[in-house]
Design a protein around this ligand. Structure first.
Ligand code: NIG
Ligand code: FE
Length: 392
């Protein structure tokens, strides 16, 4: 093969997420595997004994490999933290959307350089834990200027950028929520759409109701953005069904679902993205992944990393929670954190280790991916390639 090729050989157990491989299950697991990277792409996958000659070689010494994690939901353009709020919650106070305004004040007061440095710090932290694709969003600016700058800063670091001007009603519009929706769907959208791929809305009591959420999403779609929705996190509501009706790529949280919500998800191609870091950090009931999977819904797992409701950048932590408390098997959780995240972003080039896919993969200091749940809290990610470059 041409120079610039690297073979990773002697992989004890490789998750490919290629269901077409005979006899390998939904994760397409191959034993004694090798992967050849050519530039930023996967060029070849197969048994080590058949690996072609390459320029460089890495011996995995029996360790497990899997696709880089696809974290399809985070909120990383922010300043400050909410330690006090977390402390109070752990002493019995409950979580509400109102805490978002604390971070809005800190974010507005921060310089561009401060916001960017904070974003980079969290992206690096996520990368060290195996995240090679990461979506992030605005939502702590809530003014035309501050939302647009959040998206500009995010877009310098990831292709998966989401406009969330409709996170909560901006403090200046406390008495005029419809006026705020008009801003979000008018001047703010005009300033933000060029920097974003997605439009999102927090459809929840204390944030935006179903009619307002529909207005926000339809305006974003009319501007060429694709929809995703914060839905049914804190209670029952119209968010999930609205997401399916509008063809959103993902309904995120899905903690409080009626049978009609589950049926809607099962009938459409909207992914249910579960974010157990939020239930952990707010001491809320877990989303019922088993119920969704048994109904045939596609499930993704992501971190929701943000300073208020889920201040973790660790996908492995979320995998462990999902297995322990949400009825997922280790295989289902690993699929949801890789191929599931890719589906939630409507991507086919990430979340899999197959020829032609982006060369994003991890080695674990463990013999199999099951150890991600079996050994919770242990930093098992020992090597990370992103776009073919060894980053960790
Ligand atoms: O996804 N739910 C809305 N937004 C975030 C929380 C943001 C915050 O509390 O700062 C979430 O959990
Ligand atoms: Fe969120």
């Amino acid at each position: 093969m041409a120079p610039n090729t690297t073979a990773i050989t002697n992989i004890g157990s490789l998750v490919t997420n290629d269901p077409s491989l005979p006899g390998t299950g939904p994760l397409g697991v191959i034993q004694d595997a090798a992967v050849v990277i050519d530039g930023d792409r996967i060029a070849w996958v197969g048994p080590t004994s058949k690996a072609p000659a390459t320029d460089n070689a890495v011996d995995a010494e029996g360790r497990a490999a899997l696709p880089g994690f696809v974290d399809s939901h985070s909120h990383l353009v922010f300043a400050g933290d909410r330690t006090e709020e977390f402390n109070a919650r752990m002493s019995g106070r409950s979580y509400s959307a109102g805490g978002i305004r604390t971070t809005v004040a800190a974010t507005r007061a921060a310089t561009d350089a401060e916001l960017e440095a904070n974003l980079r710090r969290h992206l690096d932290e996520a990368l060290r834990q195996g995240t090679t694709t990461l979506e992030t969003k605005s939502g702590y600016g809530l003014s035309v200027h501050d939302e647009a700058r959040a998206l500009r800063i995010a877009a310098a670091h990831t292709d998966e950028v989401t406009y969330l001007g409709a996170h909560v009603v901006a403090p200046e519009f406390a008495d005029d929520p419809d006026g705020y929706v008009a801003l979000v769907t008018g001047e703010m959208l005009d300033a933000c759409a060029p920097h974003a791929r997605w439009v999102d809305v927090f459809c929840e009591r204390g944030a935006f109701d179903g009619d307002q959420a529909r207005t926000v999403l339809e305006a974003g779609i009319a501007k060429g953005l694709h929809a995703r929705v914060h839905a049914n996190q804190l209670g029952h509501g119209p968010g999930v069904r609205l997401a399916v009706e509008l063809g959103a790529a993902s309904a995120d949280h899905c903690t409080h679902l009626t049978d009609a919500d589950v049926d809607a998800l099962a009938s459409g191609d909207t992914v249910a993205t579960l974010l157990p870091g939020a239930e952990f950090s707010t001491r809320a009931p877990w989303p019922d992944a088993r119920r969704l999977l048994d109904a045939g819904v596609t499930v993704a797992l992501s971190t929701d990393c943000n300073p208020g409701s889920s201040f973790t950048s660790s996908v492995p932590f979320c995998v462990a929670l999902a297995v322990r408390d949400m009825g997922m098997t280790p295989d289902e959780a690993v699929w949801a954190a890789t191929a599931g995240g890719a589906a939630a972003l409507r991507r086919t080039d990430v979340g899999r280790v197959t020829p032609g896919a982006r060369a994003d993969l991890l080695l674990l200091d463990a013999p199999s991916h099951v150890h991600l749940a079996y050994r919770p809290g242990v930093p098992l990610v020992s090597a990370v390639w992103r776009r073919g470059v060894r980053e960790v």
